[in-house]
Design a protein around this ligand. Sequence first.
Ligand code: FEO
Ligand code: CA
Ligand code: CA
Length: 637
Amino acid sequence: MSDRHTTSRDIRTIIADRVSRRGFLLGSAGGLTAVAATGFVGSLFSGAAHAQAAQSSLTFTELTRIFDQTHHVADGYKADVVAAWGDAMLAGQSAPDLRAMTAADQATRFGYNADFIAFMPLPKGSQNSDNGLLCVNNEYVSFNVMFDDLPDDGEGGAKMTAEQVAMCNAAIGHSIVEIKREGGVWSVVQDSPMNRRITLDTPMAISGPVAGHAWMKTSYDPEGRMAKGTNYNCGGGTTPWGTVLTCEEGASDTFGGDPTKSPIAAVLERYGYDGSDYYGRARFDDRFNVEKEVNEPNRFDWVVEIDPYDPASTPVKRTALGRMAHEAATTVLNKDGRVVVYMGDDDYFEYVYRFVSDAAFDPANPGSGKDILDAGTLSVARFDADGTVAWLPLVHGQGPLTAENGFADQAEVLLKTRLAADALGATPMDRPEDMETNPVTGRVYAVMTKNKKMTADKLNAVNTRPENFFGHIVEMIPPGGAGADADHTADSYGWDLFVLAGNPKETGQGATFHPATSENGWFVTPDNLTFDPKGRMFVATDGANDFDLADGIYGVDTDGPARALPKLLFAAPLGAECTGPCFTPDGTTLFISVQHPAEDSETLARATTLWPDFAEGGVPRPAVVAIQRMDGGEVAA
Ligand code: FEO
Ligand code: CA
Ligand code: CA
C-alpha cells in the first residue's frame, strides 16, 4: 500500500523516538485509558491462569531470533527456494541475465516481488500435494536493487529509461508455474504448457455492475469492458471452482499528472492519488497520466479472477467486489452454498469488507461458479464496543447511498466504495491486510498490520493504541457454530482482539500475547495469515526490520490453553518481508514468499544482501521458498 516505499531508515528513527517516549509515559492516565476503553481487559488477562501449563500444539523447536543476510528455519526443517525472480518458464530457456533483461524476456520469466501464493493441485480438483500450479502475485518492483544508480529516494522512477520501465511493467502481475516434488525437493517444470505470465499489459475483461460504465471508458477501450493489465497484486484467494483471485492493492502512486485537475478529483483524492508517478510510467505512456487518460485509474483496484488451469483464459476484473486497496480475497463456501469473500482495504483508517453472492455454488457442478462473483451484496464492517460486528450493505438506494448523495446507481457505489463506506459509518481500522478463516473453528481473522497515523482522539473499540507501530489481529465470530456450521452470511458477528502485537517486555507497547510467549516468539507488524489443516494459524510479518528484527513466519494456536502463544518458524534475510503463506493440501509443505530482499539498501552497489544466490556482482532476488520437515511429515504436526 501507500508506504511501500517508506525507507526503513526514516521510520526506524521515528519508532525509536516514539516508543521510548511511550515507555516513559507508561502508567499515565492516557495510556491506561487507551487499554481500558477496549472493554477487553478481562479477556486479555483471562489466559494468565493457564500460563504455566500452556504448551503450544505446534511441535517444532522454536528458531532463535536471528537477522542477517540469509534466511533461517527451525531445526529439523529445511527452506528451499522454489522459484525466484527471472527464473525460466519456457522450454530450453537459459538462466536469466538479471543485469540486462529486456521487457520481452521478462514477460516470459518469473516475476518480481512474490506475494500471495496459491498452490493449485494437478490434476484439477484433486488433493495432490506433489504436483500443482504455483500461482504467485508479483506485487511491485524494488528498482533500487534491480538496477544501478536508481535510489529509492522518490527520484528513481524519473531516471528510469523507457526499456527499464517496460521491463518493470513486465515483471509485475502474476506468475503461474507448474511445480513437482520428487525426493522431497520441489522444482519448476520449465517446459509445462501451464506456465504463464500475467503483467501490466495483459488484456482483462471487466465484469459485474461496473462493466461498460462511462467512467471505465478509455481511448484503449471505448466500451469500458476490457482493461489492460493488473498492478500492485498483493493478497489474494482461491475459489471452490478452482480459480485464483488476485487483489489490486491501490494504484494511487503509479500515475502521473495532476489529480486535482481530473474531472473525478474528489474520488482520486479519497483513493490517495498524488500524481507521483513513482515508477516513471507516465513519461512514456499517457494511460498513466490522470489528466490525459482520466478514466484509467478507475480500471484498477479491483479483485481479478484468473483460471490457472486454462493458460489461454482471459482474467476477469470482478467489480461487484468493490474498489479499494484490496489485500485479501478469502473465499468461504457458506453452508447454504453462497460464496463469501472477505477483503481488507490496506490503507490508513480504511475498512474491512465482505461479499456474499446471490446465487449458490454447486460443488457437483464446478461450472456454477462461473460469473457467480458478479452478483451479490458487498458489506462493510462496523465494530461496536459491545463486542458485535454489524455488516452494513453497500446497496444503491439503501440508507445514504442515493443519487442525492452522489451515488447515481450501484456502479457508482462500487466505483466509490470507500466513499460509500464512509457514508455508512464503517469503523476505520489500523490498515487491514489479510483476512483468513480458521477451517476448524469457522472464526475469521482480520490483520491490522500497523498504523503510525493513529492518534488518541481517533481510537475506537477495535483499534486501541495510538501510534500503533506494532499491529494487531482481530477475531471475528460468525454465529451458527464451528467450522462448516458457521454462518458467514449473517448480518451480525461477535468480535474479540486475538492479539495486540509488540514486545511483551516493553510494557508500554501494550502487547497481549499469551504470558508464556518466549523471547523469540512475539512478533510485530503481522500481514498475511494462513491455517494448516489442523486449524493452527501461521502469521507472516512485514515491517519488523523497523525494529531491527527479521520479518518471519510464526505458528500460533488460536484455541486451547496455548491460545495466542506464537513460535518463530522462519526468519527472512535483511530488507525482506515474509508474505503469501500457503500449505499443500496435506500440510507437508508451507510455501512462503520472501519479498524485496535488500530493499532497505540505498543502491544496488550497496545492497545489504545478495540473497539467495550471493553471486559476486549479483542482484538480490525475491523468491518463493518451500518450508518442509526434514522427515517429510506435516509441518508443526
Ligand atoms: Fe501489499 Fe498490504 O501489503
Ligand atoms: Ca501484504
Ligand atoms: Ca504489508
